[in-house]
Design a protein. Structure first.
Lengths: 224, 232
């Protein structure tokens, strides 16, 4: 074959528009899922840490189910199996919903650990000052425990971003699907995989550097 | 209560054709990740900057890439960049998982080796051990105890991520389920013309849960035990 040439810049400039669309879709799905995973994690993590009856047990089941099954199988369940029960989502919804459900489970563990790490005496102090259960949570446990949970939850968000690549299996046109589709048309496999890998590494490494920055800014004064 | 007729052949196919694929990929990936990762992680503790930089790059690249992208690089990228480097889907998935897993293990090993007190190194040197003997007989055996819980978690992750072989057509549990799903959906006489996706993928999910859940429990128990012994 004569196509055994490697021209990265030609590949990028020829397919600029599609690649950019793919990147934006990856970021869009990730953003939806990360916001959702944050809310799920904070709410269910609080329910777990405070042992709220029923909600706490249901959360435990949700977390164990998600942690102990492959995310790819979860995506298959949502995309191929739910329609059998009459529940049909479009590709975009499946994309953010599945990674949000996955990230939410891991994140509720992150937040549970964070909330549980808040020393008991802080809560006693709050109730001595006349704070109710809810205002103790909002004013004491959430700001302190939430900060303890930041590094591990950002790690979960990074995994959420990486897992959006799995939307290749449902054909949603994010970065991975777009790059592989282009390479199938133009046979520029090496170029498209280079672009794909470099883009993901740039995103992931930027986020990881962000973690360290946030960690040093938000670290509790007590913990060195 | 009796099961519908379609269930038995589907379950048989998933367990007899799919499960061995999953187990093969997982076994290769675990052994490969552990052996390469422990060596790289130990080498990371040598104070030789170029060596550390190279291993650090390896770790950051393969931990940073989505594993699916690594699978594509091994399966599509290698043959197109270097003709002859062609692998079957299950082998390609195993290689990708080894690249990812060894990066995870290397990072964990580096931490565990560095957590062994300096006195242990000094005592071993005083007994006449060289670098290899010191690490092989004194430092690593202690570090490995601390690595046990993360190893079990890694095993769970590898078993679950072995499903990525499905994306490139490797016959493992998920692909077996998918093929049976398609067969049943096909119009008779090939299939039944019925959709049983929910039961099939639900069954695949249960199968993975049954394998993973005891292992995650085990990891938690090991973690607790280490913490109790003061290795936290």
């Amino acid at each position: 074959m004569v196509l055994a040439t490697y021209d990265l810049w030609a590949f990028v400039s020829d397919n600029q528009a599609e690649l950019l669309d793919g990147l934006l879709n990856t970021l869009k799905v990730s953003a939806f899922a990360i916001v959702g995973a944050f809310v799920i994690g904070a709410v269910l993590g609080a329910a777990r840490a405070h042992r709220i009856p029923v909600v706490s047990q249901l959360t435990a089941i949700y977390v164990e189910l998600i942690r102990n099954t492959p995310i790819l199988v979860q995506i298959f369940m949502i995309f191929y199996a739910l329609p059998q029960l009459g529940i049909v989502f479009d590709q975009f919804t499946v994309a953010w919903l599945s990674v949000m459900i996955w990230g939410g489970a891991f994140n509720s563990e992150n937040f549970r650990a964070g909330f549980e790490a808040v020393p008991h005496r802080y809560r006693e102090a709050a109730s001595a000052l006349g704070f109710g259960r809810l205002s103790t949570f909002l004013n004491v446990t959430l700001p302190i425990g939430g900060r303890i949970a930041i590094p591990s939850s950002i790690n979960t968000y990074i995994s959420v971003l990486k897992n959006t690549s799995l939307m290749y299996v449902i054909g949603y046109a994010e970065l991975t699907t777009t790059s592989l589709n282009i390479s199938n048309l133009t046979l520029q496999t090496t170029e498209s995989l280079t672009v794909l890998a470099v883009t993901y590494l740039a995103l992931v490494w930027t986020l990881s550097a962000g973690i360290r920055l946030v960690e040093s800014r938000l670290a509790l004064p007590e913990s060195s | 209560m009796s099961l519908p007729d379609w269930v038995e052949p589907v379950a048989r196919y998933i367990l007899l054709e799919g499960l061995p694929g999953t187990l093969r990929v997982s076994a290769i990936a675990v052994v490969g990740s552990a052996s390469i990762g422990i060596v790289l992680g130990t080498l990371m503790t040598i104070k030789l900057l170029p060596l550390r930089a190279v291993i650090r790059l390896y770790i950051e690249v393969f931990r940073g890439l989505p594993i699916l992208v690594t699978v594509f690089i091994v399966y599509f990228g290698l043959p197109s960049a270097a003709p002859g480097l062609e692998f079957g889907p299950l082998t390609a998935a195993s290689i990708a998982l080894v690249l990812w897993g060894s990066a995870q293990v290397a990072e964990a090993t580096r931490g565990a080796v560095q957590s062994i007190p300096r006195e242990q190194h000094e005592a071993a040197s005083a007994l006449g051990f060289g670098w290899v003997g010191r690490h092989g007989f004194v430092i690593l055996p202690q570090a490995l105890r601390r690595l046990l819980p993360p190893f079990v978690s890694l095993l769970v992750n590898i078993i679950q991520n072995s499903t990525l072989a499905q994306v490139i057509g490797g016959l493992e549990v998920l692909e077996a389920g998918e093929r049976q799903n398609e067969r049943l959906t096909a119009i008779p006489p090939i299939g039944l013309g019925e959709i049983h996706a929910f039961e099939i993928f639900g069954g695949v999910m249960v199968l993975f849960f049954l394998i993973s859940f005891p292992l995650t429990r085990l990891a938690a128990v090991l973690e607790k035990r280490l913490a109790r012994e003061g290795y936290g």
